[in-house]
Design a protein around this ligand. Sequence first.
Ligand code: SF4
Length: 414
Amino acid sequence: MSSIIIPKNLDIGEKIALMSEDAKFEVGTDGDAESTAILCASDIKAKPALPKIPKIYVASKCIFNCAYCGCRCSREERGNYYNTPVDVAKMAVDMAIRNGHGVFVSSAIYKNPNYTQELIAESVKIMREQLYYKGFIHAKVMPSADPLLIAKTGQYANRLSVNIEVAQSLGYNRIAKQKSKEIILTPMRSISDQILTAKYEGNIFATTQTTQLMAGSTNEDDRTIMRLSNALYDKYHLKRVYYTAFQYRYEAKGYENENLKLTQTPYWRMARLYQADRLLQLYGFTPDDVTPDESPFLQEDIDPKAAWALRHMAMYPVEINKADFKTLIRVPGIGITYAKRILEVRRYCIVTHDVLKKMRVPLKRSIYFITCNGKYQGGNMLFSPFIRSTLTTGSNQISIFNSLTVDEQLSCGE
Ligand code: SF4
């Protein structure tokens, strides 16, 4: 990389201040934890918050002009920084060690995508080979990056990501005019292929891939998002799709005719998307289950699993002593952990309402959907508007979610 010439730029304090500002545009700070979780009343309970992974940027001034991004080329009012791979590596290792959970090496597109990818690859190589850093590295892959540069980056990183950004192809023209489905999906496919090949052949390569999607940028419904996420999980074996609410923060040149100011996605929608996503990933739900044709939007006041149960009341009540695992985890109030415990306890005794209470199963939610040894305690369960009111999320929970930072919201996601 001796041919890379880095222009003179800001001092380290100024760079770090700008990096924190740039970090707000990306939410894939996942670390190696698999658990993001949902805050609201639900069976998909919040696990301990994820570690916050620091992000280090190679460069801040981009050749692209995405409307939502502080690094876009048309934004002239702030200073820019560039770091050599050695500087990136030193800062990244320093921050990763202080943080204890790893680091995310990213960049705006500097000069061109492959040039930037080479800088990222070189940075992570130095981290491993010269600074002997052994912890978690998440590295960004540029749109349209060359597969060989992806291979080089993946040789040193644990996780790679290229951001899909929009739920519908038409969205690129609306908010990221230089991007297209092709320049995003091609590297995503390459990462997926290289992960599988490395697994099969025993080569050293990143083991997971994630992406970020901005909900609301094309006024799409949640059904569109869920169908896309499901396809990405299936086709490219993604570990996670991260959702962020599309917000138009600054007037961006070139987007004057898009009416973007009118598109401000509410933050509660992220909570519901993460819940629905986990239902796809862990609970065997399909996009049609969580967002059927006739109800394509997730609802603010009720989580998608409870909403599904209310749409399928004919299936209930289920007998807690007979239902199989798949049926149990579809009961509001009974998640994967409780379902496993119920199956275990059933081996030794008949499970009654009292037994469930002792197990701390949240009967407040599940009681309308179960019988225990033939007994039903849910009153007039056919009066589902009443049941619905017991399953809705309090407005204070949604407002707590809205008050969290992006990283904290992510930690509320599984
Ligand atoms: S390509 Fe990435 S860094 Fe560049 S303007 Fe778009 S979102 Fe920002």
